[in-house]
Design a binder for this molecule. Structure first.
Ligand code: SF4
Length: 385
């Protein structure tokens, strides 16, 4: 860490100095964790931190740190690794510069995963009414969602010229969606950085669903950047993937994955979401990945937090026992096995089986809307109803 940061206060966080998050509706926040209703002038937040105060907008970080269970985002970025290391070295509190961005303003997406919704996917507009009671669109400032969706079938564009003055300083961009490969604004900023001649100093991080083959222009732009990280939603194989992430086609996933892992400056990994639908397929994913990228350790499965009824904690005891048996000693490496063991512990430690009827209702309604059948995709759980 640079010398000036060593003398800052106990409540200091680097993000309000060198980073911004742009979320749905173009709302800007100091980071993804900052409470939206506490956003105010950035100087006010910086001054509070320099004085050693806990700003109320940072409540999530303070709660995590006080609980001591895991490192907060603040702590993660104060002990930087990877792309963030040189950025922290260069951080000057007297002359702050925006050097990294998280772009998350568009819900433009080509698929509609079972644990997603209209807030993150325009494709979900097609059948959210079938499960309206379970999937709240939560579009900021919108009361009549059906009317809004009818009037805005496409996402509202974001004016990227807002970022023009920062282009020469940008060193890292994280892009989520929606599906980032089809969000035009995300390509626009790459064009500007290439035009500025600084692409070789910039790393890119994409969260991608592996169903969109990148177009030649995007591939050409990428070749000029320092590094590409792909956090892939590779969390099931074959028909399970097609079911959880409808209307994904498995052969397309394999094609896109093959294209991405063979890019010279790419570092692909898995950021998978675990639900009742895919939990039994997780070992297949880990072995598939191990076969194609044996040295790649960037693989993490996290439990879906919403909608609550698809969580593996909803399963009754007999079904949890099937999961535990399937995941025991089933990973290709100890590190991945540790991840599996954490999932199993979490599953047993919480009992949300009172939501099972909601899971069944939600699943049946979506199956009907999509012409699918959960019992055929995951026959081991056919006894759930
Ligand atoms: S302390 Fe936490 S919430 Fe506040 S700006 Fe830093 S990372 Fe964001």
């Amino acid at each position: 860490m640079n010398t000036s940061l060593k003398t800052t206060s106990d409540t200091f966080c680097s993000l309000p100095w060198n980073h911004t998050f742009i979320g749905p509706g173009g709302v800007e926040k100091p980071c993804c964790r900052f409470l939206l209703n506490k956003v105010g002038p950035i100087e006010e937040l910086r001054n509070a931190m320099l004085k050693g105060e806990r700003h109320p907008g940072c409540r999530k970080c303070w709660e995590e740190e006080d609980a001591g269970r895991k490192r907060s985002l603040r702590q993660i970025h104060l002990q930087p690794r990877g792309f963030n290391e040189p950025l922290i070295e260069d951080l000057d509190v007297d002359n702050p510069k925006l050097v990294w961005l998280e772009l998350s303003f568009s819900n433009r997406c080509n698929i509609r995963c079972r644990m997603c919704g209209p807030f993150y996917s325009t494709n979900w507009y097609k059948d959210w009414l079938a499960v309206e009671d379970y999937v709240q669109p939560n579009i900021p400032g919108v009361k009549d969602v059906a009317k809004f969706i009818k009037e805005h079938p496409e996402p509202v564009p974001y004016d990227m010229s807002n970022l023009d003055k920062h282009i020469p300083n940008i060193r890292h961009i994280k892009m989520t969606g929606g599906e980032p490969f089809i969000i035009p604004e995300y390509q626009e900023i790459l064009e500007k950085i290439v035009e500025n001649g600084t692409a070789d100093k910039v790393s890119l991080n994409y969260s991608t669903n592996l169903t969109v083959m990148p177009k030649p222009r995007l591939l050409s732009l990428w070749s000029k950047f320092k590094k590409l990280e792909f956090a892939t939603s590779f969390d099931a194989t074959g028909k399970v993937m097609e079911y959880q992430r409808y209307p994904t086609k498995w052969p397309r996933v394999e094609q896109v994955l093959d294209r991405l892992i063979n890019l010279p400056n790419a570092e692909p990994g898995i950021r998978g979401t675990v639900t009742i639908y895919n939990i039994l397929d997780i070992p297949n994913v880990a072995w598939y990945w191990n076969d194609i990228l044996p040295d790649n350790t960037w693989l993490n499965f996290v439990q879906a937090s919403s909608p609550e009824q698809v969580s593996i904690t909803v399963l009754p005891r007999w079904a949890k026992d099937i999961v535990a048996k399937r995941l025991a000693y089933s990973a290709p490496t100890q590190r991945i096995q540790d991840n599996f063991d954490q999932l199993v512990n979490y599953m047993y430690n919480e009992d949300n089986s009172h939501r099972l009827s909601q899971f069944i209702d939600f699943t049946q309604k979506l199956d009907k809307a999509r012409g699918e059948d959960f019992k055929k995709v995951v026959p081991e759980f056919a006894g759930l109803w």
